[in-house]
Ligand binder design. Structure first.
Ligand code: ZN
Length: 314
């Protein structure tokens, strides 16, 4: 058994741009491409397997029919999703529910996510958190339209990362290119859209009541320890996020790395460089799964990977 590559799919967004084409080299024509769904079994956009004996198969089918590849014990949907987001304009300010709220109110999964900043223009900012001490204070500030006092902006640069648990007020800002690992969910409550209107003069719909119900106050900035740890003579490992749903890390290899896996299976995105992995060429823009049937990895090359796995149940 070898690596299982996925064919990314692309989503036009009003805030999208062309960096997925110019930076990642994906063959897309639209200059308003906001999202690359790189590894997804979600009904809103499912990736298919590229090449090999499973070529053309949707990821959900592989998950359901070949559980031995994932060492999964429970019957449930594929839990994670990996995306690349190109924010050419500011995204609306939003918040996601947790599993409990989402299952009760929406019959969906909740959404924890984390961001790795792939690239950022000089002035690029994100919204991450708010200043209100309580939910009541948050509502009051919204009623008084005091968004600039309420929302916390951060300047960002390449290589930074942010853990975005459910209940975190957040938004990508113009000029950010981000790799996102998240729960497989599309549940988003929009709080504020900078009072922008569409071609017909309409405001986008907001979901204030649901957002108020799920926002955590006060905000706790959750930043993973970002020290890089040497995992071989030519390789470094940096944790990006570690929560109850997923563990995400950056792995930088300059030469070679031999690795024995403990995670049941691994989602891998190549964000820079190229290498040979167990006899297969991998390069920037590739996304693949290392199945449970493959336990030893041998990598030779100059390559940066973002890897993610399900957090094992305790
Ligand atoms: Zn989000």
């Amino acid at each position: 058994m070898t690596l299982i590559f996925l064919e990314p799919i692309f989503k036009e967004r009003i805030w999208g741009g062309n960096k997925l084409k110019t930076d990642f080299g994906y063959p897309i024509s639209s200059n308003l491409t906001g999202e690359c769904w790189a590894i997804s079994a979600h009904a809103q956009g499912e990736t298919l397997i590229r090449g090999g004996k499973f070529a053309g198969m949707p990821l959900s089918q592989l998950w359901n029919e070949y559980p031995e590849l994932f060492a999964n014990t429970k019957k449930r949907p594929f839990p994670l999703m990996v995306k690349i987001l190109d924010a050419n304009q500011d995204l609306s300010v939003q918040v996601h529910p947790d599993d409990k709220f989402a299952q009760l109110v929406e019959n969906e999964m909740g959404k924890a996510e984390c961001w790795y900043i792939l690239d950022a223009t000089r002035d690029a900012q994100i919204i991450y958190g708010h200043t209100a001490k309580t939910g009541e204070e948050f509502k009051q500030k919204v009623a008084q339209n005091q968004w600039s006092q309420l929302l916390i902006s951060h300047k960002v640069k390449r290589g930074e990362f942010f853990d975005v648990p459910p209940g975190t007020v957040h938004a990508l800002g113009a000029g950010t290119l981000v790799l996102e690992v998240q729960q497989s969910s599309d549940m988003t409550y929009r709080l504020f859209d900078y009072e922008r209107t569409d071609d017909h003069g309409n405001l986008r719909e907001l979901h204030l009541d649901k957002a108020f119900a799920v926002i955590k106050a006060p905000h706790h900035a959750k930043t993973a320890p970002n020290e890089s740890r040497k995992i071989g003579p030519n390789a470094y490992f940096t944790s990006i996020a570690n929560n109850q749903y997923f563990q995400t890390a950056k792995v930088e290899i300059t030469g070679d790395l031999e690795l024995t896996l403990s995670a049941a299976y691994l989602l891998v995105s190549v964000i820079d460089g190229f290498a040979n992995m167990n006899g297969v060429e991998i390069k920037k823009g590739d996304h693949f799964i290392v199945p449970n049937t493959l336990r030893k990895l041998s990598i030779v090359g100059y390559v940066t990977l973002i890897v993610a796995n399900e957090t094992p149940a305790h």
